[in-house]
Ligand binder design. Structure first.
Ligand code: SF4
Length: 313
């Protein structure tokens, strides 16, 4: 197999024509390429939904997991091997509905993982039911009556949970989104990008035209500075980020709302308690029993040899 530094696979991309997911995929592939991340050092983890197919389309390690459980899988992968770059892809239904508890727990830990929310306000894969970000009263074409529930604001939830990099992107501006993904992946801590993603099949309210009349870019304002370089700057910048997170309607901000570079990551905190953690993380430790290796490297090779792919550089 040839080494593919464009991060594309041979798997047919079967999203509906015009879906915003294509823009997210293109932005991810561009970001991984520009960061020169090695496919074998990168892990894409997804849950269930249209976004859940993303790992199939990216030439890197990938795990397509259970509904709402992408974050626990990603947490285990990152804790076991902190040298890996771990990126979670999930819909707003997956991450903020059934997976909401895990979304909050990840922010509290500040583990070095990037979460990309494919936020289209519907459960696209199951034919367009109202998902957690659809406003109350909204009636998309597949709902028989308007939505009865109030929405969750993903950015406010992330800020309240402790995420140290919080941004919003737009699926159809892939250049801007790729830059956000690069910054999020390089950040040492938990990062989230809420990506406004038109679902052309089931969401006839929040369309390309609707978004493009309203979105604006925070980084075009020379006064906007979301970066926390000293802990004492955090309260003021966090309050401003909350204000921007609430801005929705005639104007919708895109870009980085909050970026705290001062908070220690979970890996740093573990290392303070266990000094060998980063040098010999669980994935690289020898598993012993009564002073002898319980599993030899030959045993591991026998178990995993059918999954080994030979790559020519
Ligand atoms: Fe995209 Fe919506 Fe089609 Fe899913 S149902 S692939 S989100 S357009």
């Amino acid at each position: 197999m040839v080494l593919r530094m464009d991060y594309k696979t041979d798997v047919w991309v079967d999203w509906c024509p015009g879906c915003g997911d294509y823009g997210i995929l293109a932005a991810m592939q561009a970001a991984l390429k520009e960061l020169s991340l090695k496919p074998w050092e990168t892990v894409i983890v997804s849950g269930i939904g249209c976004s859940g197919k993303t790992p199939h389309f990216i030439f890197a390690n990938g795990v397509h997991t259970l509904h709402g459980r992408a974050i626990p899988f990603a947490t285990g992968i990152k804790l076991a091997n902190p040298d890996l770059k771990v990126i979670v892809n999930g819909g707003d239904g997956d991450l903020l509905g059934i997976g909401a508890g895990h979304f909050v727990a990840l922010g509290r830990r500040n583990l070095d993982i990037t979460v990309i929310i494919h936020d289209n306000q519907v459960y696209g894969l199951t034919k367009g039911q109202a998902s957690p970000t659809l406003p109350a009263g909204a009636k998309t074409k597949s709902l028989p009556k308007p939505n009865l529930q109030d929405p969750v604001n993903p950015l406010e939830l992330a800020l309240a949970s402790g995420y140290t990099f919080v941004a919003r992107g737009y699926a159809l501006n892939t250049r801007h989104l790729a830059n956000l993904i690069k910054q999020a992946v390089q950040h040492k801590g938990t990062a989230v990008i809420d990506v406004l993603q038109p679902c052309v099949t089931y969401n006839d309210l929040y369309t390309k035209d609707w978004y493009e009349k309203r979105i604006y870019y925070l980084d075009e304002d020379p006064e906007w500075d979301p970066v926390v370089e000293k802990p004492e700057e955090a309260p003021v910048k966090l309050a401003r980020a909350h204000e921007k997170a609430r801005e929705w309607g005639d104007r919708i901000p895109l870009g980085i709302l909050y970026w705290d570079k001062t908070k220690p990551s979970m890996e740093d905190r573990i290392e303070q308690r266990l000094s060998s953690y980063k040098k010999i993380p669980p994935a690289k430790a020898v598993i012993e029993e009564a002073g002898k290796p319980a599993i030899s490297s030959e045993d591991l090779y026998r178990i995993f040899k059918r999954y080994i792919v030979k790559i020519q550089g």
